[in-house]
Design a binder for this molecule. Structure first.
Ligand SMILES: [Zn+2]
Length: 311
């Protein structure tokens, strides 16, 4: 290699290499209400550039200690989350919640092994059953950010109901539709609603475990909660119903499109080619999630249209 080429390579490679090796998610808490903070993830898919920082995680600083809501995509994310929380408060972390079993929400659990990790029973089952596959997948998509990440499923089943923690009246709600069990946490003390992945904002909803009819029912119930601030699972926190409406409108369109296509006997490739309405063009990843959703859901719509004929 000529010296000049070598120097050029150095110039272009060093900064990238240095950045990658630091593996710093640069987590910075965004305060949404008294005692309440969110680490806002990018509205992107897993990539080696973002390392899986694509999800909102949160924490509440109560009188008795810190409550953590979701732990991110990797062991490293969980560790850095803990360091970032320690810069806000010296209080110990006393409880961790996993809202559902998707990898970006619980694969940081390893960093919280010394704390009770609570989840709905079906979420724990999902983490146990799919954790290894999820961890492999995150490593494949995010690369070395995920090095050393192993599934550490939640270790305490929680039932829906009220729970007072350090003066905060937390309502644990167990609904579903995005997965078999989606936990929503409403902090009655601050008015913050942690909606998890039942609500996406300016990031297309993901559907690998979705049952849309249940999801619509959950959205209707969420809308009745008198929240002051809503933290969606992905996308910026909001103070009104816009994120609920956007999630519902997009999923309604998806539902209608797949149902109509199945009734017309359309092939999957034809459904894939359908245009996405302009009203959704601002939503990040809408084209790729639409394709994935067809792969996840279209067969069941086809089966549904065939079912009556067999009776
Ligand atoms: Zn999810």
């Amino acid at each position: 290699m000529k010296l000049r080429t070598a120097l050029l390579l150095l110039v272009f490679w060093l900064p990238l290499g240095a950045l990658a090796e630091s593996f710093d998610y640069r987590l910075s808490p965004y305060r949404v209400a008294d005692d309440s903070y969110v680490f806002i993830g990018k509205t992107e898919d897993f990539t080696p550039a973002n390392g899986g920082n694509i999800v909102n995680t949160a924490f509440i600083v109560t009188r008795d200690g810190v409550v953590v809501i979701d732990t991110g995509s990797t062991r490293r994310y969980g560790e850095q989350m803990r360091q970032a929380i320690a810069k806000v408060t010296p209080k110990p972390i006393i409880k961790v919640f996993n809202t559902h079993h998707h990898p970006d929400h619980f694969l940081g659990n390893q960093a919280f092994k010394d704390v009770p990790i609570l989840a709905l029973p079906a979420t724990i089952a999902g983490e146990q059953a799919e954790g290894d596959a999820f961890a492999n997948n995150v490593y494949r998509m995010a690369g070395d950010w995920a090095l050393g990440t192993e599934p550490f499923p939640a270790n305490q089943a929680v039932q829906p109901g009220h729970m007072t923690v350090g003066g905060h009246d937390l309502e644990i709600i167990g609904w579903g539709g995005h997965t078999a069990a989606d936990m929503v946490i409403f902090d009655h003390t601050t008015g913050v609603l942690f909606a998890a992945d039942l609500v996406f904002y300016n990031r297309a909803a993901t559907t690998p475990h979705a049952v849309l009819a249940n999801w619509f029912a959950s959205l209707d119930r969420i809308q009745k909660i008198p929240f002051k601030v809503m933290v969606p699972g992905h996308g910026l926190p909001v103070m009104d119903n816009r994120a609920i409406d956007q999630t519902r409108n997009y999923l309604h369109w998806l539902d209608r499109t797949l149902r109509d296509a199945a009734r017309n006997g359309a092939e999957m490739t034809e459904v894939l080619a359908r245009p996405i309405p302009a009203e959704f063009s601002e939503i990040a990843l809408v084209a790729s999630e639409y394709s994935r959703s067809i792969a996840h859901l279209y067969r069941s719509y086809e089966a549904e249209t065939l079912a009556p004929a067999s009776h």
